[in-house]
Design a protein around this ligand. Structure first.
Ligand SMILES: Nc1ncnc2c1ncn2[C@@H]1O[C@H](COP(=O)(O)OP(=O)(O)OP(=O)(O)O)[C@@H](O)[C@H]1O
Ligand SMILES: [Mg+2]
Length: 227
């Protein structure tokens, strides 16, 4: 069952110097249970694509469907709150809060109905943060740990789609592989649709499907499964 379907999606930015065609006629299908890597040079349009998939912006041309429903016609804030978990290169944890409070806050924003503390603790355990560290301030964790907390935060409200923009950009190889392992598990064990923007070839290789952005054009790459 297709989770996200992009049909002939284009996007441009209007600048003083003229139009920047960040995305040109992109068509792709993203399904649950798989990891998709999107690779491509700086400025090729990867983050633009991600913000459209998150419903932060709408295509200038073409359409994006979530389970067949056009994002144009949806309450996109609600869509994002309920179905999207986002992870970035900079973890954006709130420094004044503890690990568990950071995750709880996202549950609050997502209007999570259950026991927020218990759910936050469960998510932190899932990403390998030890119970005795739950009440430490987020700034007192290493980069790899902070990214794991950020993942716990992104997945806490059980979104169907995880969008990660360079999630390992600030991490060493061991920590990167650990993060990638978590993302692969989210797809393969928890049936999430995981879409990762990355510059790292070793991450793209662990994905089920690799897509390449080249000057706004999205293509399947590496001889992996076609989409
Ligand atoms: N807000 C904006 N206003 C004008 N142009 C923009 C804006 N955001 C991005 N662009 C331009 O659109 C193109 C695609 O940018 P985008 O951020 O999607 O690339 P990217 O592939 O994510 O790059 P990177 O790997 O450096 O993050 C670039 O030419 C960029 O300069
Ligand atoms: Mg980017």
């Amino acid at each position: 069952m297709e989770t996200l379907h992009l049909k002939n999606v284009s996007y441009d930015y209007t600048t003083k110097a003229g139009k920047v065609h960040a995305l040109r006629d992109a068509t792709a299908v993203f399904e649950a249970g798989a990891v998709y890597a999107i690779v491509g040079r700086s400025g090729s349009g990867k983050s633009t694509l991600m913000s459209l998939m998150a419903g932060l912006d709408i295509p200038k041309d073409g359409d994006i469907f979530y389970h067949g429903e056009n994002l144009r016609n949806m309450d996109r804030d609600k869509f994002r709150r309920e179905h999207i978990g986002m992870i970035f290169q900079s973890y954006y944890l709130l420094p004044q809060l503890t690990a568990v409070e950071n995750v709880e806050l996202s549950l609050e924003l997502a209007k999570y109905k259950g026991n927020k503390r218990a759910r936050a603790e469960e998510m932190l355990s899932l990403v390998g943060i030890k119970r005795e560290q739950f009440k430490k301030r987020s700034t007192q964790f290493s980069g790899g740990e902070q990214q794991r907390i950020a993942i716990a935060r992104a997945i806490a409200a059980d979104p169907e789609i995880i969008l990660a923009d360079e999630p390992t950009g600030n991490l060493d190889n061991d920590n990167s592989m650990n993060i990638v392992g978590i993302l692969v598990d989210l797809a393969h064990k928890y049936d999430k649709c995981v879409i990762v923007i990355t510059h790292a070839a070793e991450i793209a290789e662990r994905a089920d499907v690799a897509l390449k952005m080249d000057d706004g054009v999205l293509k399947c790459d590496f001889g992996k499964e076609m989409v």
